[in-house]
Design a protein around this ligand. Structure first.
Ligand SMILES: [Zn+2]
Ligand SMILES: [Zn+2]
Length: 251
């Protein structure tokens, strides 16, 4: 009897019962998530702070590079193992990554008898994990900014003070990411809707595009040639506007 990498005794082959079960689950999960990961790749579901808006294209490319890297990685892992374990005997009907995973799972009790199943289980677990990150990102996490190292989305659970860059495995403070984004905006102009959205997120008080329009009418704010207003001035006005409201709410 040998020992599983997790330290438990193995029953048959090179993995213990629970690690063998996890390998099956990971394979099933990759098969299930694979088609969904394509949606993430093309950003049909892109969710940013405050939901997706037409004007929200300030950051990010139309196709997410992080998503395409993840898919390349998963494709490489699964197809390498398929080639290694099936080779020329790969069944005709196994063409996609999802089909390959289902096939690998179907014969997993045979892989347990091969020493390389340890590496297979590790790599499949890693691939499944990355795919889960990619797909579930939109379920309960919001994009708070972009990583300054690799440019991927930094995502955080709502109300969490920490955001993560999945590819770099960096954890950063949401407050400082948000502040850096705000600082970066200060020399720019934005539409009334963009400004209202920013002020609402900064001050926790609802601002509408109409409020911004009113400031322009009152000549406290001005528009540039493209009809956009300066963020820096809008933020000052927003602070004045928000202060009495917040005091009232607090008291
Ligand atoms: Zn184990
Ligand atoms: Zn990064």
């Amino acid at each position: 009897m040998t020992e599983c990498p997790c330290g438990e005794p193995t029953t048959s082959g090179y993995l213990c019962r629970s690690c063998a079960k996890r390998l099956d689950e990971d394979l099933r999960q990759i098969a299930a998530l694979w088609p969904e990961s394509h949606t993430t790749l093309t950003r049909q579901d892109r969710v940013g702070p405050g939901g997706s808006r037409g004007s929200g294209g300030a950051h990010g490319l139309p196709v997410s590079l992080a998503a395409s890297e993840t898919r390349d990685y998963v494709r490489l892992v699964v197809s390498t193992w398929l080639r290694h374990l099936a080779g020329d005997r790969t069944p005709e009907d196994v063409r996609t990554i999802a089909q390959a995973c289902r096939w690998l799972e179907l014969y997993s009790s045979a892989w347990l008898l091969l020493p390389e199943v340890i590496e297979l289980a590790e790599q499949i677990a890693d691939a499944a994990q990355r795919l889960r990150w990619l797909v579930d990102r939109r379920a309960d996490r919001i994009v708070v900014g972009q990583c300054d190292v690799c440019g991927s989305d930094l995502t955080a659970y709502e109300r969490s003070s920490e955001a993560t860059c999945r590819p770099c495995e960096r954890v950063v403070d949401v407050g400082s990411v948000r502040q850096a984004r705000i600082d970066a905006l200060m020399d720019y102009h934005g539409s009334d809707a963009d400004v209202a959205e920013l002020l609402t997120s900064m001050y926790g008080v609802a601002f509408t595009p109409a409020t911004v329009g009113r400031w322009v009418d009152q000549r406290r704010l001005w528009r540039n040639g493209m009809g956009l207003v300066p963020f820096r001035r809008a933020v000052e006005l927003g602070a004045q506007h928000a202060a009495p409201r917040r005091r009232r709410t607090a008291g």
